[in-house]
Structures are given as C-alpha cells and as structure tokens.
Design a protein around this ligand. Structure first.
Ligand SMILES: NC(=O)c1ccc[n+]([C@@H]2O[C@H](COP(=O)([O-])OP(=O)(O)OC[C@H]3O[C@@H](n4cnc5c(N)ncnc54)[C@H](OP(=O)(O)O)[C@@H]3O)[C@@H](O)[C@H]2O)c1
Length: 262
C-alpha cells in the first residue's frame, strides 16, 4: 500500500545530523520531495546526495530570529505538506553557569522558531484541509531534569503544544503528532556539553527512532515513544510520586552536573 506521504513535500528541520539525518532517507523513500534545513550547508549536502527523491536544502540558524526569517522567506513560494520540527539542542550543567545569551538561543530554537514555523505553514495546510506536523519533543519533557532544567522545560512546552494543537485541530484534516524520544545515540549530549558515554550505553539508535517518527506521521499517532523501557517510564511517571521520581532523575543525570564538558 502506498504511504500517506507519497507525492507530498516534507520540510525537515535539524536534518544534518542525528535523528533528522536518519529520518531523511526514510522520508525520501516515501514522500514526493524533501526540503532539508539546519545551519551547516556542507552537512546538508552530504545527507542529500544519496537520497532517492528531489531535495532542496536551506541553511538557516533557528536560534536567532534573523535565521528564522531567512528560512520563512526561502519557503515563501513553497507548498509544504508536512512539517517535521526536529531541530533542537540542549544545555547541560548548573543553570546559573550558562550565559543568558546561550539560554535565549536555546529557547528560540526549541520553542519560538518551532511555534513560528508551525504558525506559518499550518495556515495553508488548514486551507487545503490536509497536512501534518510532527514535533520532536522528549521524554525529558515529561519530568523536570536536573542540570538540564531549561532544556527539559522547553521540551515540556513542545510536548504540551503538540497535544493541545492536535486536540484543537481534530476534524480539520491536519495531523499533529508528537515524537518523544528517550536517550538516543546522537551528537546531542556532546553539543549540550554532557559526557555521553554512560548515557549512550542505554540509548537507542537514531535509525530506530527515525523509523518510528515516520510511522507516526503515516498512522496519525498522537504520541510515539521509541522503546519499551521509555514507554514503561512514561507510564511510571503518571503514577509514581515526584518524591520518588526526582531523586532517581538526580541520580541518572548526575553526570550532567559536571557540564559543560568539552
Ligand atoms: N539525542 C537524544 O537523546 C534526544 C532525546 C530526546 C529528544 N531529542 C530531540 O531530538 C531532536 C534531534 O536531536 P538529535 O539527538 O538528533 O541531536 P543532534 O544530533 O545534535 O542533531 C541536532 C540537529 O539540529 C540542528 N540544529 C542544532 N542547532 C540548530 C540551530 N541553531 N539552527 C538550526 N538547526 C540546528 C543540527 O544541525 P546543525 O548543527 O547543522 O545546525 C542537527 O541537524 C532535538 O529536538 C532533540 O531535543 C534528542
């Protein structure tokens, strides 16, 4: 059976590395056309070159309003059927050790650019009464994570934004899906300044996460959580008191206390 994505144009943010780079070939096999974006043009070209569908790449830094404006201008004449809001970054370590500018850039990337891109591309989707938005939130958005507190709060925003928007758009013909990965073996922790070895031991491969993400769009899933352990954790977070959960989070993420780890 043909994929729901067949013939559709997909915009994928954060396409140069990690989960996004793993999603690109899976999407390319199923959709009509891909638009890839991230900051690094050379990495986008590398991801794009083996893909099996027409691809356009646009370099833009979504941690600054000017970068978002640049992307929105480049998309002016485009019809985007599916938006994958995957670009995101973390900032590890004691909250007050991070510069205000670093925190503002992360919140712009993880929250404001995601919301504004969705606002811009959703209007024509609603007019056509078809389309999809997949937001990449996080398991970290279901609990406050020590030494990643501003990041986990930004992902709580993404998780709730998705849930609210999906419910609001029920019956509109536009799908809104949330992918909430747990630890995934990408460059994410390195970029966040957190030593990654221990976390990566229990993490998932980005290809596995990427496949579930694409299937979530095809199946119009409200929430996709990769991995049985993460799914159990999600259920546990609903019933286990915070007085038990938070000391466990403190123990799991104790390595992030030492960040920034370069
Ligand atoms: N890895 C995990 O354990 C994990 C767990 C839960 C959720 N997530 C979420 O999954 C998503 C993808 O993360 P990942 O693990 O694949 O991390 P990653 O390997 O570090 O990839 C991040 C992607 O986002 C792009 N990006 C970073 N800063 C950007 C900026 N300022 N402007 C535009 N693009 C930017 C990067 O490209 P450039 O550097 O070229 O800009 C890259 O393509 C993120 O939203 C992250 O929060 C990750």
């Amino acid at each position: 059976m043909a994929s729901w994505l067949a013939g559709r144009t997909v915009l994928l943010t954060g396409a140069s590395e990690g989960i996004g780079a793993a999603m690109a070939p899976i999407l390319a096999q199923r959709c009509g056309r891909l638009i890839l974006t991230s900051r690094r043009q050379d990495r986008l070209d590398k991801v794009a070159s083996p893909l099996s569908c027409p691809v356009r790449s646009i370099a833009a830094d979504l941690s600054h309003p000017a970068g978002l404006d640049h992307l929105l201008e480049a998309l002016e004449a485009e019809r985007v059927d599916v938006l994958v809001n995957n670009a995101g970054a973390g900032l590890g370590g004691p909250f007050c050790n991070r510069e205000p500018e670093e925190l503002a850039a992360m919140l712009q990337l993880n929250i404001t650019s995601l919301v504004m891109l969705t606002r811009r591309l959703l209007v024509p989707m609603l007019e056509r009464r078809e389309g999809a938005v997949l937001n990449v939130g996080s398991m970290a958005g279901f609990v406050g994570v020590p030494w990643l507190s501003a990041y986990s709060a930004s992902k709580a925003f993404v998780n709730n934004f998705s849930e609210g928007l999906r419910t609001e758009l029920h019956g509109s013909g536009v799908r809104v899906c949330l992918l909430a990965p747990g630890t995934t073996r990408t460059g994410f922790f390195r970029s966040a300044g957190i030593a990654e070895e221990k976390l990566h031991r229990s993490g998932q491969d980005p290809e596995v996460v990427a496949r579930l993400a694409v299937e979530a769009i095809e199946k119009d899933a409200r929430l996709a959580i990769p991995g049985l352990v993460n799914r159990w954790q999600y259920l546990a977070l609903k019933v286990v008191p915070r007085s038990v959960v938070l000391p466990i989070a403190r123990w799991i993420f104790r390595g992030a206390r030492e960040a920034p780890h370069r």
